[in-house]
Write a protein that binds this ligand. Structure first.
Ligand SMILES: *Cc1c(COP(=O)(O)O)cnc(C)c1O
Length: 427
């Protein structure tokens, strides 16, 4: 990088040109030492839209006014509250409205999806996932396999990076699917890996899985609201995501799930059922014998947690206004600028610290995150960063995960981060 790009003036000039720059003002930016922090953990917990309070207050008011009648009398009747979110989330994940529903929490939804889409037989029982998947996903897979009385070591194939590499080669995933062949029941991978930020080619993974007769699903916790998704077009069988990372919808906020319309009318598909998945027209007749709603809604167990859903709606309204294409375009720019600043520091100050970015260099293989190995440095360096006002994520032994989020991060944030980083490695 030309060194002068790593300057406040240059960063400010990029912010001036940024079509989305006004959106930063619509979020609360946490402060450190009385100053706005450099908040780079939107991949862990997205910031609060200032509008959330009104959306939640609205439901509190209706609850106060109507009590139980709010299910039908509220401005947004709670009985069908999830429906206010459906179209907006469908756009974000590239689905038809009938293919998505906002409900439950992420790990719960993964289990519900696997009950339907992981149906091992004596011959076809194996699962392909990525090595070092997010722990909750590992436990979910492991317990699903055990639930079916199978051996985890035998059934779960983890595809990892080659030795000396940090990310997984696409061709290695494809080869693993081919090799598992007619023993493969399901592929379940994180669309964007939480640790390295690697974005997988979900389209061709899905195609290959189908070629050998397996189902294919994705955990989109780090992908939803971050990268362009086309779940319907890609033919993905199922997916689930959380709303509190890039989707800014409150701590532990409600999740979403996707079931491809190919499965909509497959009544053989077993599922765990609850009353909220029951045909809406006759739900309150409360008859025995489960009759599922068509589409993704048929996987709902429980009535909606309206307050959390209200926070989600506030955020989805912002996404709807901006659209994923514009977000992704700015995100590419932000991440590239961050990469350039880190490389600049790494080149000039490599006697102090060598940074190795383990996230793929190709913008098509990553989202809004860079994971950086700080060779020769430890937690003390990270703590020095935090003290100066950076909120980022540290993973032992020496990985910093940084996510510049296009809705509220600025190019100036990245410049400031670079300055703090220089200071921290010099100490
Ligand atoms: C964040 C995250 C989770 C968290 O699961 P919850 O059920 O929401 O607690 C699970 N899987 C992945 C890949 C994640 O990134």
């Amino acid at each position: 990088m030309i060194e002068e790009k790593n300057s406040l003036a240059y960063a400010k000039s990029l912010d001036e040109k940024d079509a989305l720059k006004s959106y930063r003002d619509r979020f609360f930016i946490p402060k450190i030492n009385g100053e706005e922090s450099v908040y780079f953990t939107g991949n862990s917990l997205g910031l609060q839209p200032k509008s959330v309070k009104d959306y939640i207050q609205n439901e509190l008011d209706d609850w106060a006014t109507f009590g139980v009648e709010g299910h039908f009398e509220a401005k947004k009747p709670w009985f069908a509250y999830h429906e206010f979110l459906t179209e907006k989330i469908a756009k974000i994940v590239g689905a038809k409205s009938s293919e998505v529903v906002v409900t439950h929490s992420l790990t719960t939804n993964l289990h519900l999806m696997m009950v339907s889409f992981y149906r091992p037989t004596a011959k076809r029982y194996k699962i392909i996932c990525e090595e070092k998947a997010f722990p909750s996903d590992q436990y979910a897979l492991e317990s699903q396999v055990k639930f079916h009385g199978l051996n985890v070591k035998d059934a779960v194939i983890e595809v990892g990076p080659r030795s000396g590499e940090h990310t997984i080669r696409h061709e290695d995933i494809i080869t693993a699917i081919e090799e598992a062949g007619d023993e493969l029941a399901m592929v379940m991978i994180g669309g964007v890996n939480y640790y390295t930020g690697q974005l997988f080619d979900m389209k061709s993974i899905t195609e290959k899985a189908h070629e050998v007769g397996a189902n294919c699903g994705f955990d989109l916790a780090h992908a939803a609201g971050n990268v362009i998704l086309k779940l319907h077009e890609w033919g993905v069988d199922f997916a689930a995501w959380c709303s509190y990372k890039y989707l800014n919808s409150s701590p532990g906020g409600v999740s979403g799930l996707f079931v491809h319309e190919n499965h909509e009318f497959n009544e053989d598909l077993p599922r765990f059922a609850g009353w909220w998945g029951y045909d809406k027209e006759t739900r309150f007749e409360m008859k025995p014998g489960f009759v599922p709603m068509k589409g993704a809604e048929g996987w709902q167990l429980s009535n909606a947690p309206v307050l959390g859903m209200a926070a989600h709606l506030a955020s989805l309204d912002i996404f709807d206004e901006v659209g994923m294409d514009k977000l992704r375009a700015k995100s590419d720019q932000l991440t590239a600028y961050l990469e350039a600043v880190i490389n600049d520091i790494s080149e000039r100050l490599n006697h102090l610290c060598e940074f190795e970015i383990i996230t793929p260099k190709n913008p098509k293989e990553r989202g809004a995150q860079l994971s950086i190995l700080a060779h020769g440095k430890g937690k003390a360096m990270f703590d020095a960063l935090t003290k100066q006002g950076v909120i980022a994520d540290w993973r032992e032994p020496n990985v910093i995960r940084i996510a510049p989020v296009p809705l509220y991060n600025s190019f100036e944030d990245i410049f400031r981060f670079g300055q703090y980083l220089e200071k921290a490695i010099s100490e």
